[in-house]
Design a binder for this molecule. Structure first.
Ligand SMILES: [Zn+2]
Length: 281
């Protein structure tokens, strides 16, 4: 798909699974099971780590990086991490992109399933995966990640971002704004502090990558929020505020963790909002 100067592709960076109950918070299984696969015998629902590739004649931009290759075997098992179908680098290679071609990496936030692929172990040392790129994170999120609460501490591993900062490759953003013509970032605070949603628009067509604000298409309805969210009422407010605009302006929403629906439009229903048409990128 093309928007403005950019060709937009989804980059599948591996499969994983999280507890269905945790993914749907207070929504009972007999409701969420109508809109999402109920998963395996350990109650882990099928999920993916989907990233975006935005290419123009000048830039090759990656948004989020999946779980990466640094997790212990124990954690890989817990989270059912599976690279047998695809991985960040194999999917980029399928699009003719080598790590050194990437000019920019926008990290929505630093939870390991978004930032794990930002670095990799080389001779036992964590180094940036994209050695010529500039990486971007929000200042308030970085502060949160460096001093996490007990609630989301298990999702933060400093080897995913500190080597990028110490190499001088991280641009620490302070607020919303346009990063490049037609590409802007917008903060949300419900899931974690200062997660940045990426928006690509040419004034006519708009695509958003909201990360864990809408992790799957089943999370479109306002009350369908995750047990993982640090500030659930804030997450609901943020969804309530943005959904009318998403629906009425026919934005395409890319769902980072949805194993079945990579992207789609949102429609109004008598009960609120839900997935409309799926969209192929
Ligand atoms: Zn997250």
């Amino acid at each position: 798909m093309k928007i403005g100067n950019y060709t937009i592709s989804v980059i599948e960076a591996g499969d994983f699974g999280l507890d269905g109950g945790a993914m749907f918070g207070v929504v009972p299984k007999n409701l969420w099971s109508k809109v999402y696969n109920i998963g395996d015998e350990q109650n882990r629902i099928p999920m993916v780590t989907r990233c975006l590739l935005l290419t123009s004649p000048e830039r090759t931009i990656v948004v989020d990086t999946g779980c990466g290759t640094k997790l212990s075997e124990k954690l890989q098992k817990i989270y059912k991490i599976d690279y047998s179908h695809n991985s960040l680098l194999s999917s980029l290679a399928n699009h003719g992109v080598k790590p050194e071609d990437v000019t920019d990496v926008i990290l929505t936030h630093l939870h390991f399933d978004h930032a794990g692929g930002a670095t990799f172990f080389e001779n036992g040392e964590s180094v940036p995966t994209f050695n010529k790129a500039k990486y971007y994170i929000q200042k308030d999120h970085l502060a949160w990640a460096r001093n996490p609460t007990e609630k989301d501490r298990a999702s933060f591993f400093i080897e995913n971002w500190e080597p990028i900062i110490s190499n001088g490759m991280m641009e620490i953003l302070d607020g919303d704004g346009e990063l490049f013509t037609g590409i802007s970032v917008h903060q949300f605070n419900g899931h974690t502090k200062s997660l940045q949603m990426v928006k690509i628009t040419d004034g006519n067509k708009t695509l958003v990558f909201p990360a864990d604000l809408f992790p799957t298409s089943a999370h479109i309805p306002v009350p369908f929020i995750m047990g993982y969210d640090n500030f659930p009422l804030t997450a609901m407010d943020e969804k309530r505020k943005i959904l009318p605009q998403i629906a009425d302006e026919e934005w395409i929403v890319c769902f980072e963790h949805d194993a079945f629906t990579p992207a789609g439009r949102v429609i109004r229903t008598e009960k609120g909002f839900s997935l409309g048409m799926k969209v192929e990128l």
